[in-house]
Design a protein around this ligand. Structure first.
Ligand code: NDP
Length: 320
């Protein structure tokens, strides 16, 4: 282990739109931010193809290219962007401690302020066909709001039975010819209000007791093979898009001993309308604290808030 901890004014943990926006603001405020990119540099947007809903890109942009732009912008103002994963933190004192990496490579950092922007990860079914088509941008998505537009007038399948799945199915129903929703049990978990919304839409067919066996297609989705778990019957639903809405997991495990989390692991804002957590000097931005909006642009907005809050905190503490 490194015996000489490095001291930084602002440590940013995570590198999605929230982290990079926080970095741009913090760097321009002379906070000399150090960012650790985490397991998935660029975050969830590196898993999407085309991003059409981020303001400023009239022709759209592909997700990884957008993240490369954000990284370049953060670096232009001298953000120290590093590869590495924070494996432990200690937020018990006025100086916040974080350890990066493991074993001989473990590095200790002391930070006056910390911005958590570790995001959340969409859950996937884990089927080989699903992940392969996802990885080649072949019609598998975990975000209807991001990708639904590409399936206008087409038939799609969505898996899930919570509020998100209902919301996304309703969104897709406005664009698509037909939406088939696959519910693994004989009832949904979603609120009654959300279920009514789904049931009220003519072009949504809900199939209960239905599991996905395989997503069909070579370069793009052309159908979904499903199985009824009660009768054992299998059939194929024609579709060009396959949406997975079975929940997200916020990447917050490492902060659990210190930071207040809700029952699903999302960081709880100490004071709504700010980016403050329960620990002084530790701020949060993006999906790690957001189970409602989950958009790149909202993450970027809260990244800005976190950097401004951190700047004001440091100024109030007389740390220049
Ligand atoms: P949830 O955890 O609430 O629901 C996940 C759903 O996915 C469950 O119905 C679950 O089925 C299903 N599921 C999980 N794994 C599989 C699998 N392997 N195969 C098939 N189905 C699977 O997640 P959500 O993202 O829907 O919601 C997260 C939170 O955000 C909730 O608290 C929700 O209320 C809230 N939310 C609120 C909204 C609103 O009020 N407008 C909108 C969106 C989210 P099962 O039920 O069988 O376990």
């Amino acid at each position: 282990m490194n015996q000489n901890p490095e001291h930084v004014k602002c440590l940013i943990i995570g590198s999605g739109p929230a982290g990079y926006t926080a970095a741009i603001y913090a760097a321009r405020a002379d906070m000399h931010p150090v960012m650790y990119q985490g397991m998935q540099p660029g975050g969830q947007l590196t898993e999407t193809t085309e991003v059409d809903n981020f303001p400023g890109y009239p022709e759209g942009i592909n997700g990884p290219a957008m993240m490369a732009d954000l990284e370049a912008q953060a670096k232009r103002f001298d953000t120290d962007v590093r590869t590495g994963f924070v494996t432990e933190v200690d937020f018990s004192g006025p100086v916040h401690k974080a350890w990066v990496g493991e074993g001989d490579d473990r590095h200790e950092i002391h930070a006056d302020s910390v911005i958590i922007s570790t995001g959340a990860s969409a859950k996937w079914l884990g089927l080989e066909s699903e992940l392969r088509l996802r990885d080649i941008g072949g019609g598998v998505s975990a975000c209807a709001v991001c990708d639904g537009f590409f399936y206008r007038g087409q038939e799609v399948v969505i898996v899930g039975a919570g509020d998100s799945a209902c919301e996304e199915a309703s969104y897709l129903a406005k664009l698509c010819k037909k939406v088939t929703m696959l519910v693994r049990r004989d009832e949904m978990r979603a609120s009654k209000a959300m279920q009514h919304r789904v049931n009220g839409l003519e072009n949504i067919e809900v199939r209960y007791n239905t599991e996905t066996v395989e997503v069909l297609g070579d370069q793009g989705v052309d159908g979904v093979k499903v199985k009824n778990s009660v009768t054992g019957e299998e059939d194929v639903i024609p579709a060009t898009g396959f949406f997975v809405a079975i929940g997200h997991k916020p990447n917050t495990d490492v902060f659990k001993p210190w930071i207040n989390l809700d029952d699903q692991g999302y960081i709880v804002y100490e004071q709504p309308g700010t980016s403050r957590t329960n620990v002084e000097g530790v701020f949060v931005a993006g999906d790690a604290a957001d189970k409602t909006y989950r958009q790149a642009v909202t993450a970027a907005g809260t990244g800005c808030m976190a950097a401004l809050d951190a700047e004001r905190y440091l100024a109030a503490k007389g740390i220049h």
